[in-house]
Design a protein around this ligand. Structure first.
Ligand SMILES: NC(=O)c1ccc[n+]([C@@H]2O[C@H](COP(=O)([O-])OP(=O)(O)OC[C@H]3O[C@@H](n4cnc5c(N)ncnc54)[C@H](OP(=O)(O)O)[C@@H]3O)[C@@H](O)[C@H]2O)c1
Length: 356
């Protein structure tokens, strides 16, 4: 019997999730929640470029909440904890790429609300993705299993966002192309929210490797555009933000022992003074032994296949969506409550291999 699934929001990640749900024989799409009026009423299969599936996308939240479903794949632009609690209370599990990666790091009152909603709905919630949700937490944790002693865990994410298919996320939420004071952490609520998410990954790694943290902190550095350029249909003016470097650190005895570092740019330039790790993600554990892995998600590594830059740029979005979709069956079988990678079995592409 297939698990009944609702896809909640059909942006870049949600659209890839829809395609993943529809090709998984253990999952049955029963609903699709959209925000935009143009998508309301459209067939979900057609919406994601596949055949008709007979499920109409809807903006009717109450209808979705009343629906009989096992799990909601929740991928809106900005998440809403009240909304997620209502979904959990309605008896549906929630897998999300938007937040709740390590809810034990949330304010106690928020965590209690989530746990109460899970108890009432006999449901479970899991946050996942590519980063947060894989590289800076799960991959680092898996690699830690190779070590006798760990001194320092350092994860880098180096990426140019120019081809990311969401101007809302690039400009409106993340404030590239804005004046530096608008993007500065103290004036930028979304950057503080996002920093909280990466700090959850730091917390999960700390728990997983048995490290006590005395403190956590976020460091931010901005780089400004030197010349005008266009990204995602919008002009970026000189003197506005073209680079954002974050360091999310877990400290012990005043020293960072777990650090996730983001080196994000838009446009043609990479700041000369920034570190230059490989593009994509690198996880380094300094210890006994010291171990390192780099991670990429692209359209193909086979040079004989044709793939455009845009095809390659979709790789991380597909990976984000699929880590959520592939978590649905294990989550539905896990029993109620907050579930992190430390609680769930290994998430595999259980049906991805059927095309081998
Ligand atoms: N963990 C990770 O590694 C990772 C990686 C990438 C993204 N993410 C997160 O995943 C989520 C989806 O990302 P995305 O790239 O798919 O974003 P996106 O392309 O910008 O799409 C998000 C969708 O959210 C819906 N939406 C519109 N207005 C909204 C509002 N006011 N409040 C909430 N939702 C609204 C829209 O749905 P409809 O089009 O259906 O109307 C929109 O297409 C975001 O929260 C993002 O931060 C996580």
């Amino acid at each position: 019997m297939a698990y009944k699934v609702v896809q909640w929001a059909t942006g870049g990640v949600g659209m890839e999730a829809l395609r993943g749900i529809l090709r998984n024989p253990q999952l049955e799409l029963v609903g699709t929640l959209v925000y935009s009026a143009e998508k309301d009423g459209q067939d979900a299969g057609v919406l994601c470029g596949l055949d008709r599936v007979g499920v109409a996308a809807t903006r009717d939240r109450e209808g979705i909440l009343a629906m009989d479903a096992d799990c909601v794949c929740y991928t809106p632009l900005t998440p809403d904890l009240d909304e997620v609690c209502r979904i959990l209370e309605s008896g549906k599990n929630v897998v999300t790429t938007a937040f709740l990666f390590y809810p034990r790091f949330l304010p106690a009152a928020d965590l209690r609300r989530i746990e109460a909603a899970c108890t009432r709905g006999h449901s479970a919630v899991h946050g996942t993705g590519i980063n947060p949700g894989f590289v800076g937490d799960l991959l680092a944790l898996v690699m830690s299993g190779m070590c006798r002693r760990i001194e320092h865990v350092h994860i880098t994410e180096r990426g140019n966002w120019s081809l990311y298919d969401s101007p809302e996320l690039i400009f409106d939420l993340s404030r590239f192309g804005c004046e530096p004071q608008e993007t500065a952490l103290e004036n930028h609520a979304y950057a503080r929210f996002m920093s909280g998410l990466f700090l959850q990954s730091v917390g999960m790694v700390a728990q997983g490797i048995g490290t006590r943290l005395d403190d956590i902190r976020t460091l931010q550095e901005l780089e400004l555009a030197k010349a005008e350029f266009k990204v995602a249909g919008r002009m970026v003016r000189p003197g506005t933000v073209s680079g954002q470097r974050y360091r999310w650190q877990g400290l012990r005895d005043g020293r960072p022992v777990i650090e996730i570092e983001a080196l994000w740019t838009i446009g043609p330039d990479y700041p000369a003074q920034w570190p230059k790790p490989s593009e994509g993600w690198t996880v380094t554990i300094e210890g006994d032994p010291s171990v390192r892995a780099t991670f990429l998600a692209v359209a193909t590594f086979d040079r004989s296949k044709k793939a455009s830059v845009a095809d390659h740029a979709r790789g991380p979005t597909i990976a984000t969506a699929m880590h959520a979709v592939n978590a649905i069956v294990p989550l539905c079988q896990a029993g109620p409550g907050v579930k992190t990678f430390l609680d769930l079995p290994v998430i595999t592409g259980a049906h991805a291999g059927t095309t081998c």
